[in-house]
Write a protein that binds this ligand. Structure first.
Ligand SMILES: [Fe+2]
Length: 259
């Protein structure tokens, strides 16, 4: 055996004697997820407790320590009440504790800006989260919302911090960033969906996500997880082209891990 073969043989022996390394588990550098639909049966999110637990276990494995899940609240499709959502919070907390998943559960909401929302705002019955009293809201898909700046004004006046869910997904903002710039100027913050950076919602949404990231307009990341099929999102997110840009955002997710 020549010297080269001897070295190779010794290297092989060394490698054989090494303990097998565990496969690398991708981890999330923020520990709180603020947008998901994991209360079973209350909206278009998970339909069973089993699926909710599957999602929560995987989120925990990625390093998420707190999930603020946000069922839809809208007058026509999901008229969930504060009382029913808080009852769901108690139930989900109990089940998570029973299954020993190391994750803190809170329930807030993703509000559609409709008449029900205005009633809840007037009655001061919105479900918010964090010390800043963040209120997550979405706008309709068909047309740009009217009076959104006025609603932001009223939210701020009542001590809430308005937070627009997935601004990159609204097609009516794709051709002109000015309305989004005005929302930010009015005091509204933005939450980007994990899936938008992976192309889950198409190239135009991915391109808009890129523009928001370039402008450093991303205040929060959110999984917007609806079902177990969304569990492939995270792997795609951390290998997405804009992941480095994401790491440059001043994300506020972290401030919620302990408050
Ligand atoms: Fe959502």
């Amino acid at each position: 055996m020549n010297i080269a073969n001897q070295v190779l043989s010794q290297l092989r022996a060394l490698v054989r004697n090494q303990p097998a390394s565990p496969p690398l588990q991708p981890t999330c550098y923020w520990q709180t997820d603020i947008h998901s639909h994991l209360l079973p049966g209350v909206d278009d999110g998970v339909t069973s407790l089993e699926d909710a637990l599957t999602c929560l276990k995987q989120l925990s494995a990625w390093g998420i320590q707190r999930v603020i899940t946000t069922p839809h609240v809208s007058q026509d499709w999901h008229p969930n009440t504060q009382a029913s959502l808080l009852a769901g919070q108690t139930m989900l907390r109990d089940v998570v504790a029973e299954h020993q998943i190391p994750i803190t559960i809170d329930v807030a909401a993703e509000y559609l800006l409709d008449d029900l929302f205005l009633d809840l705002l007037r009655a001061d019955q919105l479900l918010s989260f964090g010390q800043q009293k963040y209120v997550l809201f979405e706008t309709g898909w068909a047309a740009a919302p009217r009076f959104v700046n006025e609603i932001i004004f009223h939210l701020l006046a009542q001590g809430y911090q308005p937070l627009l869910a997935h601004p990159e997904r609204y097609t009516y903002y794709h051709t002109d960033l000015k309305p989004l710039a005005e929302l930010r100027k009015a005091g509204c913050l933005f939450q980007l969906n994990w899936g938008s950076m992976t192309g889950r919602y198409g190239r135009r949404v991915q391109a808009q996500a890129h523009r928001l990231l370039t402008n450093k307009w991303v205040d929060f990341m959110g999984s917007d997880m609806h079902r177990t099929a969304d569990l492939d999102l995270f792997g795609k997110l951390i290998t997405s082209a804009d992941y480095q840009l994401l790491q440059q955002q001043p994300l506020r997710n972290q401030e919620l891990t302990t408050t």
